[in-house]
Write a protein of this length. Structure first.
Length: 210
């Protein structure tokens, strides 16, 4: 079973800028999301299993995923030996588009977004990557995962699409249109992918505790 998280909201997410291998700080909303991730996972995974090191946490080594993962580590007590900063979970490289909005990309690279949309999985961003490049790395990571273990993965939007495509054996053109809103955790279990809404769970917890 994999609990698949996207890093919490960053400044560039809020500004709709491509982030890729670059970084920006978590927003206040992002900090709340990271704390909510920890709260929800604390309801879903037995705490004694986490503290005993039986639940590996794999996170991209980029700053925004490290910061998100740290909220989980601090709140839930993941021991150091269970935490792995995994380079193969690093985000898609946006190359020359990094830091730009779609409008700015269109201004500097006219027609490129439309061209990419026509072949999203295999289009290579100038001086960057294609989704297929990310898929090669993700496949190697998934092949090495321990079986019959609960795993928490903190990664990025594009990597999340690639993981879900592999898990469901989904057509690539369909998977290229997937999204990973930051209020969702995806649970991959027994051949199914279930979306867990952290906002709904927080509301339910408030009602129950009222």
């Amino acid at each position: 079973m994999i609990y698949l998280l996207r890093h919490a909201e960053t400044l560039w997410n809020f500004q709709l800028r491509k982030q890729g291998l670059d970084d920006s700080p978590l927003t206040e909303t992002g900090v709340r999301q990271a704390r909510a991730y920890a709260g929800v996972l604390g309801q879903l995974i037995p705490g004694e299993d986490i503290r005993a090191g039986n639940v590996p946490l794999h996170a991209s080594p980029l700053g925004r995923t490290r910061r998100t993962a740290q909220y989980l580590i601090d709140a839930l007590g993941f021991p150091a030996e269970a935490v792995h900063f995994e380079p193969r979970l690093i985000e898609f490289d946006y190359g020359d588009w990094s830091g730009l909005t779609n409008d700015e990309i269109e201004q500097h690279f006219p027609g490129a977004l439309e061209e990419r949309e026509a072949d999203k999985w295999f289009y290579t961003v100038p001086n960057g990557e294609s989704y297929a490049d990310v898929e090669d790395k993700v496949d190697r990571w998934m092949d090495e995962l321990p079986r019959n273990r609960v795993i928490v993965a903190v990664t990025h939007s594009v990597v999340s699409r690639v993981i879900r495509r592999r898990y469901l054996d989904m057509e690539r053109d369909v998977a290229g249109q997937l999204d990973h809103p930051q209020h969702l955790i995806f649970r991959l279990d027994r051949g199914n992918v279930e979306a867990i809404d952290i906002q709904q769970m927080a509301m339910a917890e408030d009602v129950t505790g009222a």
